[in-house]
Design a protein around this ligand. Structure first.
Ligand SMILES: NC(=O)c1ccc[n+]([C@@H]2O[C@H](COP(=O)([O-])OP(=O)(O)OC[C@H]3O[C@@H](n4cnc5c(N)ncnc54)[C@H](O)[C@@H]3O)[C@@H](O)[C@H]2O)c1
Ligand SMILES: O=C(O)C(=O)C[C@@H](O)[C@H](O)[C@H](O)COP(=O)(O)O
Ligand SMILES: [Zn+2]
Length: 368
């Protein structure tokens, strides 16, 4: 059992009162999983939720670490892909939890990207009215975003993440070494959420990404560690102030109004989440400029960094009415309109109510 105390000391804290938890970021620290579960006084029985792709690489070391710390482990494997982030797969997780006799003293380990984290987290939030869970994110996107903050859930064919719960993990364990097995496409899609933080929250981080784009693309470890840590700190600072998205937290949805519509319209099969968010951010930048909130040069900087990071910006060919219908199911819509996140140049934001969503879409390059 590796106690890996350095990663324990270096942890970033998400401060949420009695739901506070640490994020451990290091390299080759997956073997500290068992020790951390002991330290958090988790029960004796764990279910590791993963998929065949991730499981082939990381189930065995995760299991070994837990077993050597005295935990008994069962494996719950679900199919790989955003198109399986639905109620059918969720039921499969419940079935396996029941078959394996997981009780209220047991816990779930989400070993995977954002799809696994969101679904395993929601299963943990609802199974037996809630059992503890741990996030072990294995994609860049999951490390910089989805494993932090406690949004869990599944998609509906009418819209993204329409069913879910706010439910915080007991801790997050990030091993940067597991990112080595990610394809370039999956790795690059994580840049979208990182860039989001730069555009709306931290202009210096945006500049860092601009200056270090090549290094990031070449997976430079120091650059990556700085970028992951900064992203987690920025996200934690928002979540700590507005855990359940009463207002401020909506800033983390920058680029997602149109991004989610893109994912829904393509049946969750054509784009990775980060790619859809990238397309949504390109449109949000154009919209912010057209509404007089942001300058032309800011839009230019955002578009050029997206291109430099090899992220997509073009909207897939659907009609304006299709985009409108998809956006109608957005969780940010209430009677008084849609809360839309505008970038205020780079490093700041405004959230405003929009009644006429069609007017926003006129600015986008939709081919109808
Ligand atoms: N809860 C949140 O706050 C939040 C935030 C952002 C995104 N999300 C959600 O996260 C999901 C997207 O997450 P994602 O981009 O990680 O996609 P993903 O979970 O589908 O993972 C992408 C691909 O990478 C594979 N993979 C994962 N880790 C690997 C590794 N180390 N080596 C090799 N292959 C690996 C997966 O099997 C999958 O094929 C979306 O459903 C999105 O809605 C949630
Ligand atoms: O944590 C948040 O808050 C976010 O908005 C992070 C987003 O990157 C993520 O995609 C989230 O799932 C979108 O939020 P949703 O409430 O619209 O599902
Ligand atoms: Zn997102």
């Amino acid at each position: 059992m590796n106690k890996n105390n350095s990663s324990v000391v270096d942890a970033i804290q998400v401060g949420l009162g009695d739901r506070s938890y640490p994020i451990h970021i290091s390299t080759h620290n997956l073997n500290s999983l068992g020790f951390l579960c002991l330290e958090h006084k988790l029960g004796r029985k764990a279910a590791i939720v993963t998929n065949p792709t991730i499981g082939a690489h990381y189930f065995q070391p995760a299991e070994a670490s837990l077993v050597s710390a005295g935990f008994s482990v069962c494996k719950i494997e679900i199919p790989d892909g955003e198109q399986y982030k639905n109620s059918e797969t969720l039921n499969l997780i419940y079935d396996k939890l029941i078959e394996n006799g997981l009780d209220r003293g047991s816990f779930i380990v989400a070993l995977g990207g954002g799809v696994i984290g969101d679904m395993a987290g929601y299963a943990a939030a609802t199974y037996l009215r809630g059992i503890p869970f741990v996030q072990v994110p294995t994609t860049l996107l999951a490390q910089v975003d989805s494993s932090v903050g406690g949004k869990t859930g599944i998609n509906h064919h009418k819209g993204k993440n329409l069913i879910g719960a706010f439910y915080q993990p007991k801790f997050v364990l990030m091993d940067l070494a597991v990112l080595d097995s990610l394809s370039d496409r999956e790795y690059i899609s994580g840049f979208a959420e990182m860039l989001k933080y730069g555009v709306v929250l931290d202009g210096k981080f945006f500049d860092f990404m601009h200056a270090n784009a090549e290094k990031l693309l070449h997976r430079d470890k120091d650059c990556l560690q700085f970028a992951v840590k900064t992203s987690c700190m920025l996200k934690a600072s928002i979540v700590e102030r507005d855990e359940r998205e009463g207002g401020l937290r909506a800033v983390l949805n920058y680029g997602h109004t149109i991004g989610h519509a893109v994912e829904t319209l393509t049946d969750y099969r054509q784009f990775l989440h980060g790619e859809a968010v990238s397309i949504g951010m390109a449109q949000a930048a154009r919209i912010s400029e057209a509404m007089g909130v942001s300058s032309t040069s800011s839009t230019h900087h955002i578009m050029s960094l997206l291109a430099k990071l090899h992220l997509p910006t073009g909207l897939p060919a659907f009609k304006t009415d299709d985009y409108l219908a998809a956006i109608l199911h957005d969780k940010k819509i209430k009677d008084d309109g849609l809360s839309f996140v505008f970038n205020k140049d780079i490093g700041n934001f405004i959230i405003d109510k929009v009644k006429d969503v069609g007017r926003l879409l006129k600015v986008c390059e939709i081919g109808d």
